[in-house]
Design a protein around this ligand. Structure first.
Ligand code: FE
Length: 187
């Protein structure tokens, strides 16, 4: 198939998907499964139930949790932990630690901040958010989400481009002006 016919076929299938009420995003993101990534040394279990981390979150991260057949995984538990804006983890309490559950459609939304970077040996780790996802019938997923254009992404041994969040246009979300980003998980 030449490039023009391939593009034509792709557009046709996207149009069909739209007619069937499914967005192209749904088709594009049910496979492959989300890559795991290291847990790191700062995980603690039992974080409070909350969808907002820190005192003044400015980043709304949202998306879907689905299985590889695109079925939404409702009531999945998502644990988040991250550094503060200075690159520090709370090792005694639950600052910038929280867990939430997806709704029946597999949707989640977390209000947080873009974490600071911290030294790991001689190099900085890029900004990242740690996540664990627990859904019935699936092994738990432990991974990390990264930020586009972080200057430390390429030198970081754990960075994976498949784990980049997708920045969306900013908007108002009931918590003041926030930047928005999306990441969909596939278990
Ligand atoms: Fe970390």
């Amino acid at each position: 198939m030449n490039r023009r016919r391939f593009l034509g076929a792709s557009l046709s299938s996207l149009a069909l998907a739209a007619c069937a009420g499914r967005s192209s995003l749904v088709l594009a993101q049910c496979a492959p499964r989300t890559e795991p990534n290291i847990e790191g040394p700062f995980y603690t279990p039992g974080a409070p139930l909350t969808d907002a981390l820190g005192e003044s979150p400015h980043l709304a991260l949202s998306g879907l949790v689905r299985d590889s057949s695109c079925r939404p995984l409702g009531d999945a538990v998502m644990e988040f932990w991250q550094a503060d804006s200075e690159g520090e983890y709370d090792l005694r309490g639950n600052r910038f630690r929280g867990q939430l559950r997806t709704d029946a459609a597999g949707r989640y939304q977390l209000h947080t901040i873009e974490p600071g970077r911290y030294l790991n040996g001689a190099t900085y780790r890029p900004a990242h958010i740690h996540v664990k996802v627990h859904a019935n019938g699936h092994p738990p997923l432990t991974t990390q989400l990264y930020f586009p254009r972080d200057p430390h992404n390429e030198s970081d041994p754990w960075f994976r481009s498949s784990l980049l969040i997708h920045r969306l246009r900013s908007g108002c979300h009931g918590r003041g002006r926030a930047s928005r980003a999306r990441f969909d998980f596939v278990l």
